[in-house]
Design a protein around this ligand. Structure first.
Ligand SMILES: N[C@@H](CCC(=O)N[C@@H](CS)C(=O)NCC(=O)O)C(=O)O
Length: 215
């Protein structure tokens, strides 16, 4: 298998964490303007907007990080653990996956996008609105995030790791949200996540609002 993506990309982490957790051999194909054009062409042709990550599983191109994780769980017995077998438990995991992507990551991305749009003078009203939403989402997660047992990483953890990692750089979770802060710390302590954090270090200066000096 080949995973096309970039070491600093949150959604690339999500797919990569699943591949690493399942110990599935894969080649990581790094994208970027300085990389061979064929690589970028594969991704450009895979989905409607040419977004990454893209998994090439013996010629089958899979895009959307959640679908990549689901694909692994369906086709590789050693990756089944990523989605619980019990359908009700699986639905709860998929719901969390959606919350981390569509709420946490989306609001963090809104701030990043604003800094990309107008690096010298971002619209502070837009930035503040997204940060306020992030804060409300954190409050909800603090109350509703289930206790994490000792089981293996799930689809929800794969989504949570990059989204909480980067969102915290934009709007700090804070020690008073101790449950959510502990979950972020637990995620960062997992080998697969630590690998992605370390691999992304050289690109930290790219982080549009500026990366804090921690993690
Ligand atoms: N919903 C997609 C989001 C993928 C996404 O936004 N990828 C970013 C990198 S993290 C990207 O491709 N950005 C470049 C672009 O949008 O052209 C997924 O889950 O895979």
């Amino acid at each position: 298998m080949k995973l096309y993506g970039h070491p600093f990309s949150s959604y690339t982490w999500k797919a990569r964490i699943a591949l690493l957790a399942a110990r599935l051999e894969h080649e990581f194909v790094q994208l970027g303007p300085d990389q061979p054009a064929e690589r970028n062409a594969v991704v450009a042709g895979a989905g409607p907007l040419g977004r990454f990550p893209v998994l090439d599983d013996e010629g089958r191109l899979v895009f959307e990080a959640s679908c990549i994780v689901e694909h692994l769980a369906i086709h590789y017995p050693q990756a089944r653990f990523l989605i619980p077998e019990d359908e009700t438990a699986a639905l709860a995991i998929r719901k969390l996956d959606r919350i981390f992507d569509l709420y946490v990551m989306a609001e963090a991305q809104a701030v990043v996008n604003e800094y990309l749009r107008a690096p010298a003078a971002p619209d502070t009203a837009r930035v503040d609105e997204a940060k306020e939403k992030l804060s409300r989402i954190y409050g909800w997660l603090e109350q509703h995030l289930p206790e994490r047992g000792h089981g293996p990483l799930t689809l929800a953890d794969c989504a949570a790791a990059p989204s909480l990692f980067y969102a915290d750089w934009i709007e700090e979770i804070g020690a008073d949200r101790s449950h959510l802060a502990a979950y972020r710390a637990w995620l960062l302590a997992q080998n697969e996540v630590a690998f992605c954090v370390d691999e992304a270090r050289p690109w930290r200066s790219w982080f549009p609002p500026g990366a804090p000096d921690r993690d």
